[in-house]
Design a protein around this ligand. Structure first.
Ligand code: HEM
Length: 474
């Protein structure tokens, strides 16, 4: 076989089964489990997790129930959501950076924050923000097009940058005190260090024992806190001086003006700050990973790429309007949804049961750790045909309606569903369409990328790609 043919057949094999850890049949001992959790939590799932709707038993975290039965998922996340709180491990990993922002708040504080913040992300608000997403997307396409042909770049860094630029634009009208680059770097460092599960947390060691990851993340967190305070103070001064006259209000203005509809009270400065960091933390790597995996999967499937190019070329010049139309970029949207099925940016949701609970044949005792893993659900043998294959047509209108609501959960479900869901989908469609209108991407790594879970699900060693302008160039 020639070298070119060998490469082609490797690509075809990857299209049939895009890379993912092959689940083991055998049980793991405690030490092996701990090491797997530390290195890549995706590898703790065994073959039975992809076959069985419920897997329960004693584990590292005490009694645990892994739920992949859509009816039980509905029960836990929606019908009886009040019986489940976010588990302590998740809070320990996330809380130091995100403070009492919406993602990590609980109880009454969460309810009040959710009521107050909901208007920021209604379809109407997102429609108003969509036009602001176009310029950063175009700037990214322009930057990538200017690079010399044939050069290999890590596109995961470009995607992290563009989602960050879009947040900086929609949130602060790009007015970041101290510079956007330093802020973006601190954020990446936070995810690199803080995002790893520390064995000490798994073993329930007291919080005063130093965790290496948290220690390394400390400078990044302090930097954030100082930056965010400066941004809020600067905006408040502009408001007070009557000199802030933006064409359209941004998310920071909306946060400062937000009022609890029940009590009429606004957010404290600390809450505004925690939610800014939360929106960036929750909305930046996640969307970037969805885009990175989408571009990778498209590079494996020339037929999908050609169909996408045709759809995007026919969508008109105003890609924000096309993205909002819901139908003009249907395949673009379907590719992103399929990429998030195979590589869900948030691969695992976990809760602790506050009291005994039972649904169907499933009994969940008080104190149990309940795991709903989008990664498992999305590849579960009982819920999908050819679950490991890239088939974006599953999500096209006509087919999508057949997918069970609780078998596909990239944004979670129930009261704690992602508040930024519409924002993220519109953003991802606009960015993908803007890039594919001008550029083509070819995977250039010697080996297939390895999906690794670090809070979000990302390619372990980046995503090297050769980027070329489309011919004829647009
Ligand atoms: C593709 C992109 C995204 C994905 C896959 C995603 C996924 C999720 C998931 C699964 C949850 C629920 C977690 C749980 O139930 O434990 C969540 C919550 C949340 N997300 Fe997103 N997200 C994305 C983008 C965004 C964006 C763009 C923002 C904001 C600008 C955002 C802000 C939040 C917040 C604040 C929460 C907490 C909501 C609450 O607890 O009330 N996310 N996200």
């Amino acid at each position: 076989m020639s070298a070119a043919n060998a490469t082609l057949s490797a690509v075809q094999a990857r299209r049939r089964r895009p890379p993912a850890p092959v689940p083991e049949e055998h049980e793991f001992g405690r030490l092996e489990l701990l090491l797997r959790l530390r290195r890549n939590p995706l590898t703790i799932w065994r073959a039975r997790h992809f076959r069985e709707p419920i897997v329960a038993g004693e584990g590292l975290f005490g009694y645990g129930v892994v739920v992949s039965d859509p009816e039980v998922v509905r029960h836990v996340l929606v019908e009886n959501a009040a019986n489940y709180r976010k588990d302590d491990l998740q809070r320990t990993v996330l809380a130091p950076g995100l403070g009492e922002g919406l993602l990590t708040a609980e109880g009454d504080a969460w309810k009040r924050a959710r009521r107050t913040l909901a208007p920021l992300f209604t379809p109407r608000s997102v429609t108003a923000l969509a036009q602001r997403m176009v310029a950063p997307a175009e700037k990214t396409a322009e930057r990538m097009a200017r690079r010399r042909g044939g050069r290999i770049v890590d596109i995961s860094a470009d995607m992290t940058r563009v989602t960050y630029d879009i947040l900086a634009e929609t949130m602060f009208s790009n007015a970041i005190a101290g510079g956007a680059d330093a802020f973006g770097k601190a954020l990446t460092r936070y995810f690199e260090t803080q995002g790893r599960i520390d064995p000490l947390d798994v073993l329930g060691a007291p919080s005063w024992l130093p965790r290496i990851g948290r220690w390394m993340a400390r400078p990044a967190i302090s930097f954030f806190e100082a930056q965010v305070k400066a941004i809020i103070a600067e905006r408040q001064a502009l408001h007070a001086g009557g000199t802030w006259r933006p064409e359209k209000p941004d998310l920071l203005d909306a946060l400062l003006a937000a009022r609890d509809p029940e009590t009429g009270t606004g957010l404290s400065d600390a809450e505004v700050g925690a939610n800014i960091v939360t929106f960036i933390g929750a909305g930046h790597e996640t969307t970037a990973n969805a885009l990175t995996w989408s571009l990778y999967l498209i590079s494996l499937a020339p037929d999908v790429r050609e169909a996408l190019e045709a759809e995007i070329d026919a969508a008109g010049d105003d890609l924000a309007a096309a993205a909002l139309s819901g139908s003009r970029l249907a395949l673009t949207r379907a590719v992103i949804e399929e990429a998030m099925r195979l590589y869900p940016p948030v691969p695992s949701l976990s809760r602790t049961a506050l009291a005994d609970d039972a649904t169907g044949a499933c009994f969940i005792p008080k104190g149990a750790l309940v795991v709903v893993s989008p990664y498992l659900l999305h590849r579960h043998e009982t819920l999908w045909q050819a679950p490991d294959r890239f088939r974006p047509e599953r999500f096209l209108p006509g087919a999508r309606e057949a997918i069970s609501r609780f078998a596909y959960l990239p944004f979670g479900a129930g009261p704690r569903i992602c508040i930024g869901q519409q924002f993220a989908m519109i953003e991802a469609v606009i960015v993908l369409a803007t890039l594919l209108r001008r550029l083509q991407f070819e995977h250039a790594g010697e080996e297939a990328p390895v999906p690794v879970q670090r809070i979000t699900l990302r390619p372990g060693k980046g995503m090297p790609m050769r980027v070329a302008t489309r011919s004829p160039a647009r």
